[in-house]
Write a protein that binds this ligand. Structure first.
Ligand code: FAD
Length: 306
């Protein structure tokens, strides 16, 4: 039985593990992919005290820091159910059941899909979600970026340096990205911005993407853009499907936490992108992970479970 079991091995989970292990309690981390979203990130320039680093490098540093302590790391393990109780159970996809006095849920989030015909069919055959991972595959080609928030505009700026042409499609009247990003975007000659555009279909030739169709919401007219790639950048979905019906979730599916990271279940805490805590950032996930871990430790020393 673990004193503290952390589900998820991103920045939040890693921080929780370090804080738990430093208390000398039996600590475990079960993660589908240790490192989390950071593995899909290129430059990180806002982790306070580290002027600049790269995602994979940061992920290695996270793991090394955790491994410096006595933590049972169970990588490539997917949690499928939480059974709460005096001793909580985490059921893994491989059939194993992990038992823990306290649990920290840190399963993060993933890219949101647009849900139009062609999106699933051409995933990884022209439809992409991670410009840092897949951008170079479209070198010299034409791509669209769907979404005019920070991630969409960042993606368009990033891709403009690699690809021939970028069309940025935004559903609303105007872009929602920070002004500094919009300024940068406007300075790029190979980027076209289309607002009031609703993507309706991604077309392909059976093998790969050939075009995107959007509806101009002002005229209701469909427009077809010939291209080779579509980057979907419309937000993040919390990884909580497996928790529905056990722990309280917000309408957006985020785990509801209090100031100590406590969830609706005694002994179950949560941290990072998976929670209602606003602003999904590494430095925030790390801080929240530490907080939830201390919250869980506080619970542990007050509980009577032997
Ligand atoms: P995640 O990093 O999402 O980690 C979740 C962990 O849980 C993973 O280990 C995952 O495998 C695991 N998991 C999920 N479901 C299960 C399950 N059912 N069972 C077991 N394990 C599971 N932030 C910044 O501060 N600066 C940046 O420059 C920056 N750039 C970014 C660029 C990209 C492309 C992306 C995708 C994100 C970026 N972010 C950036 C955001 C940052 O990566 C996240 O805020 C941060 O990683 C959140 O950490 P987390 O630990 O909460 O979740």
């Amino acid at each position: 039985v673990f004193d503290m079991l952390i589900v998820g091995g991103g920045p939040a989970g890693a921080a929780a593990a370090i804080y738990a292990a430093r208390k000398g309690i039996a600590t475990g981390v079960a993660a589908e992919r240790f490192g989390g979203q950071v593995l899909d990130t290129l430059a990180i320039e806002n982790f306070v005290s580290v002027q600049e680093t790269e995602g994979p490098k940061f992920a290695v540093a996270l793991e090394e820091h955790v491994k410096h302590y006595e933590v049972d790391i169970m990588d490539t393990q997917r949690a499928e159910a939480l059974v709460p109780g005096k001793i909580n159970e985490i059921h893994l996809a491989n059939g194993a059941v992990l038992r823990a006095k306290t649990v920290v849920l840190a399963t993060g989030a993933r890219w949101r899909e647009i849900g139009v015909p062609g999106e699933r069919e051409y995933r990884n055959r022209g439809v992409a979600y991670c410009p840092h991972c897949d951008g170079p595959l479209f070198k010299g080609k034409r791509v669209a970026v769907i979404g005019g928030g920070n991630s969409g505009v960042e993606a368009a700026i990033d891709l403009a340096g690699i690809v021939r042409e970028v069309t940025l499609l935004e559903y609303g009247e105007s872009l929602r990205a920070d002004e500094v990003l919009q300024r940068k975007l406007r300075s790029l000659v190979n980027v076209t911005v289309v607002t009031r555009a609703q993507t309706t279909q991604i077309e392909g030739d059976g093998g790969k993407v050939t075009a995107l169709v959007y509806k101009d919401l002002r005229s209701d007219e469909p427009t077809r853009v010939e291209l080779e790639g579509v980057f979907v950048q419309i937000g993040l979905v919390p990884n909580t499907e497996w928790l529905k019906g056990t722990v309280e979730l917000s309408p957006r599916g985020e785990i509801v936490v209090d100031a100590k990271g406590a969830t609706s279940l005694p002994g179950v805490f949560a941290a990072g992108d998976v929670t209602t805590t606003p602003f999904k950032q590494i430095v925030i996930a790390v801080g929240e992970g530490a907080k939830a871990s201390l919250g869980a430790f506080d619970y542990l020393i007050r509980s009577t479970v032997e």
